[in-house]
Design a protein around this ligand. Structure first.
Ligand code: ADP
Ligand code: ZN
Ligand code: ZN
Length: 738
């Protein structure tokens, strides 16, 4: 426990403003009624002409300025910190690591109502006796109820809460009369939260018999009380059951568990599964909650009354009174990385938090990210593997459809159309997967499969719509778009990934009599919408589901027997080096969503590269071999996780301003030997919402050197005071390079 600073000390306070340092204030001397200043308490402070709510970081040394020049805080909001020391350390580390203003980091860590100054502790109104009531018995002859109330107050001088008053059936009139006589007064008393009691914990796992692999994983987990685990288990191998046993163990010891799931994974199905297993207080934190509900969850976690907190990305900042375990399900999922504003990785912060709290962290996935997989191989994480399916469902089988030089009907080959018709004809459902993510398109020859590559780098060129050119995102080389394939002279050169937009209408034309259900962010935004869609699709009714990445997560579609991936090459042959990893993850994940015991699923993949070695490896040898090969390739090319990337993005209204701004910075950073500052290049979608976007890529083997270089870069930006028309942002460990 930190010792409180005396009230008249100087305090460093993180104020929610876009500046990358904290501010020094004078504490309150004198008659303030709270204990004293402790890091993690909120303060109301003057800032310019505004009043803002900041979080105290620590005590500041006496500044060089005369005391009168330092402004004093206006009010201390919390008498006990809202963030314990471990979370203070986590947030401060995150501000440094992600080069994000510390005040804004704390701002994102708090629910909105705490940012607005609401108390964290619950308070209740109590009726308290005043001295006159306790001194001698005042005469209340003729006021029987008032006399009764007075007697009760004398018996319980610490005060009566509303429930007690109600149970004793005192009317408002009686209470007001006693108050009016100067005998009692309403006051506030903090509600003492009680930590959940492990004695009352009930776990309904009597019917579940772990298989040998699961048992081995659970045994290994129970032998260590800290450290990071990678639980690699194919889809359907029963990872959840392993989480459940580890969670049970933590809860039984009276400790709390934080479970993070991908945005889309937080379905009613998931929550139901937890509630069915654990009769204990479970709180769910996600973006669909009201501000009040969010605060309730935060409070329950922080005062220890919640046993399990299930949440999406931002729940990583939820304080726990008795932390015991953190689980990250589908740890490879891109939604754990915040892609705007404060661009943090909740997965990476979870690993750090586990260290700070000295508790275990389990990262689970059927398709682990290469970063985590590499950490398991090099011994930073402990690896647990589940290779066998636990439940009834059978693994999906994969069919590769060669579409080189085939006539395509809006993207569909004749073979795929007949396959879809066949499955629908058997009263089954078909899931058509659209790959809408921002893959950087390469230029492809439809006849022979040639791809445009940079002649200076080992990288594919990116097809750039607005420039009408081919760009290398590594060295910045620009080449005109060729009109004939240099390999076979064909004129059928197409950008990969083009045309997915038309797939839905094409399906409507091809299968006019089948219901087509679209599943995307728009149709599932509202609470329960997803469930409605699923319910609508009766059990034995043929239907076509069309959807994007959303479909690859969480939900199981037992009646789907065919998953069709119309355009996979955009994933396997993107100029983004991470595209292959993502495509592999997606292929296995969608395969795992379909089918059941009696109805195994098929995944049909259309491609110009049927013999693509990575595709074959994935399908024939499985994910670990696929990942090994990708890692070898990354190592050879000195790409993450063997080096570290950061993107500096800039945008402006003016066509050249963003590029010029980044070019200027790059020149000034040329003396950093250990850091390659690459580019700048126009962003893949150069013009968005009327603004022109460009980016600079920082790459280094040493995180330390990379951070020095970024610090220097931000200083340069600060002192250059760029035209206000330029907006810029830093993205450390970017998920998308383009
Ligand atoms: P994963 O998360 O690894 O994809 P799940 O945990 O969802 O897999 O498990 C897949 C299915 O297998 C679920 O229906 C689950 O109830 C079932 N299952 C898990 N473990 C066992 C087991 N030991 N015995 C029987 N069924 C199991
Ligand atoms: Zn060709
Ligand atoms: Zn190049």
């Amino acid at each position: 426990m930190t010792t409180p600073a005396p009230l008249n000390a100087y305090l460093n306070i993180a104020v929610p403003v876009p500046l990358d340092h904290s501010f020094t204030y004078r504490g309150l001397a004198g008659d303030h009624d709270t204990a004293a200043a402790i890091p993690g308490c909120r303060f109301l402070v003057p800032f310019g002409r505004q009043k803002l709510i900041g979080v105290m970081l620590d005590e500041a040394p006496a500044p060089d300025l005369p005391a009168a020049k330092i402004r004093a805080v206006l009010r201390q909001i919390d008498s006990t910190p809202i963030f314990p020391a471990t979370l203070m350390a986590l947030c401060r580390w995150a501000a440094d690591y992600y080069h994000h203003p510390v005040g804004e980091v704390f701002g994102s860590a708090m629910p909105r109502l705490l940012r607005a100054g609401e108390p964290l502790d619950l308070a209740e109104r109590i009726l308290q006796p005043l001295p006159a009531a306790l001194a001698e018995l005042p005469s209340l002859a003729g006021a029987r109820r008032q006399a009764a109330l007075l007697a009760l107050l004398r018996a319980q001088p610490e005060g009566l809460d509303k429930l007690t008053l109600k149970q004793a059936t005192f009317s408002t009139a009686t209470i007001n009369a006693v108050i009016h006589r100067g005998l009692a007064v309403w006051s506030q008393r903090p509600v003492q939260a009680t930590a959940f009691n492990p004695q009352t914990l009930q776990v309904n796992d009597a019917q579940v018999q772990l298989n040998a692999e699961q048992q081995a994983a659970v045994t290994a987990l129970s032998q260590h009380t800290s450290g990071t685990w990678l639980l690699y288990g194919i889809t359907g191998s029963g990872k959840t059951e392993v989480y459940f046993r580890a969670i049970k163990q933590a809860l039984a010891a009276g400790r709390q568990v934080l479970v993070l799931v991908p945005e889309i994974g937080l379905t009613p199905q998931t929550v139901k599964r937890f509630r069915a297993r654990f009769a204990a207080p479970i709180f769910v934190l996600h973006s669909g909650l009201s501000d009040r509900e969010r605060l309730d969850g935060f409070r329950a976690a922080s005062n220890g009354s919640a046993a399990i907190i299930i949440g999406t990305r931002s729940a990583i900042f939820t304080p726990l009174r008795n932390p015991g375990l953190i689980v990250i399900d589908e740890e490879h999922d891109a939604s754990f990385k915040q892609q705007e504003g404060f661009r943090y990785s909740a997965r990476d912060l979870a690993v750090l938090r586990g260290n700070l709290e000295s508790i275990p962290v389990i990262l689970g996935s059927a398709t682990p990210s290469l970063e985590s997989y590499q950490n398991a191989l090099n011994g930073k994480y402990r690896l647990l593997s589940l290779h066998k399916r636990a439940g009834g469902a059978q693994p999906a089988s994969y069919q590769v459809i060669d579409i080189r030089n085939q006539v395509l009907q809006e993207g569909f080959s004749a073979r795929l159309v007949s396959l879809i018709a066949e499955h629908l004809g058997n009263n089954n459902q078909v899931l058509v997967f659209l790959n809408r993510r921002g893959f950087a398109p390469a230029l492809l020859c439809h006849e022979c499969g040639w791809l445009a590559e940079c002649n200076k780098c080992d990288a594919r060129l990116t097809y750039h719509q607005t420039l009408r050119a081919l760009l290398c995102h590594h060295c910045g080389t620009q080449q005109p778009i060729v009109s004939n394939c240099p390999n076979c002279q064909s004129t059928q050169l197409v950008p990969l990934g083009a045309g997915t937009q038309r797939i839905e209408s094409a399906l409507q034309a091809l299968f006019p009599d089948q219901p087509i259900v679209r599943i995307d962010r728009d149709t599932t935004r509202n609470k329960g919408a997803f469930k409605n869609i699923i319910d609508q699709l009766g059990d034995d009714q043929p239907a076509i589901l069309v959807g994007t990445q959303l479909l690859a997560k969480g939900h199981h579609f037992p009646n789907v027997t065919l998953v069709a991936i119309v355009d996979m090459d955009a994933g396997f042959y993107s100029a983004d080096f991470k595209a292959t990893e993502r495509m592999g993850q997606l292929l296995l994940q969608v395969g795992g969503r379909a089918g059941r015991e009696q109805k195994p699923g098929t995944v049909a993949v259309q491609t110009h590269f049927p013999a693509q070695p990575m595709l074959r490896t994935l399908i024939d040898d499985g994910y670990p071999v696929f990942a090994d090969q990708l890692l070898a390739e990354r190592q050879l090319n000195d790409l993450p996780p063997f080096s570290h990337h950061t993107l500096l993005r800039a945008e402006s209204d003016d066509r050249t301003a963003a590029m010029d701004f980044l070019t200027g910075l790059q020149r000034q950073l040329a003396d950093f030997r250990a850091v390659a500052v690459l580019g700048p290049v126009p962003a893949n979608m150069e013009r968005r919402a009327g603004r022109f976007r460009a980016q600079l890529l920082f790459s280094s083997d040493s995180r330390r050197e990379l951070h020095y270089c970024l610090d220097r870069c931000l200083q340069l930006i600060d002192s250059a005071n760029p035209a206000r028309a330029i907006r810029w942002s830093v993205d450390v460990d970017p998920v998308d390079l383009f």
